[in-house]
Design a protein around this ligand. Sequence first.
Ligand SMILES: Nc1ccn([C@@H]2O[C@H](COP(=O)(O)OP(=O)(O)OP(=O)(O)O)[C@@H](O)[C@H]2O)c(=O)n1
Ligand SMILES: C[C@](O)(CO)[C@H](O)COP(=O)(O)O
Length: 229
Amino acid sequence: MSVGVVIPAAGQGKRMGSKVSKPFLLLDGQPILVHTLRLFETHPQVDEIILVTKKEEIRGTEEMLRPYGFAKVKAIVEGGRERQESVYMGLQRCQSDWVLIHDAVRPFVTHEALDCLIREVKATKAAILAVPVKDTIKQINSDSWVTSTPARSELVSVQTPQGFSRDLIVQAHQKALEDPNWATDDSMLIEQMGFPVKVVEGEYNNIKITTPEDLVLAEKIWEIRRVEV
Ligand SMILES: Nc1ccn([C@@H]2O[C@H](COP(=O)(O)OP(=O)(O)OP(=O)(O)O)[C@@H](O)[C@H]2O)c(=O)n1
Ligand SMILES: C[C@](O)(CO)[C@H](O)COP(=O)(O)O
């Protein structure tokens, strides 16, 4: 039973505010996207990778990736306006029985975390990486008044990859086309179908590079990793 990875990289990067598209920003001299792809290319259980970029960046991405020779990248497809659309477009090209969906801009997920996630996905059909929240989280209303304080022991901060049986996640995305709201992760679509999703403990360093401060933090994480290896 094969494992595929869909990597959405077609975002606008509004919060980063850079001229260069976020997945192409450099981390230790190489595009963030290259670091992310290398993690999956070198994982023994991954069979195929489907990359999703903006239409106007497909050709440039192919050229940029050529020297790296990523043999598992089977297609680079056009994304949509929202992350959910981009993922769905990637899913339609993915042939594997199990699918991991991973943000292009999370270059620090480890092979150990992937091993645990894949094991759990194969057992449950739907599993996601997440870490316990460290802060107290407040629910607020539109006027910024606190409405409640959920128990921290019941809260986790969700990451990617999120893994699913292909049939299940395709069904969830198709069903979601009827919903006017966009999901901010793929697990939400499975939850909306009433299907259980298992949490696998991830690592705090598996950050999503979203704002300029995250890029500074990413360089630090990269340095620490290099020293550890
Ligand atoms: N229409 C979209 C929106 C997002 N993404 C991808 O989804 C991942 C997570 O999104 P995020 O980091 O929030 O990126 P952006 O959407 O680019 O950021 P912003 O919201 O600041 O514009 C990124 O790899 C991004 O490229 C995508 O493929 N298609
Ligand atoms: C999928 C995700 O990375 C899980 O934390 C996150 O929800 C993506 O959200 P964004 O709106 O694209 O920042």
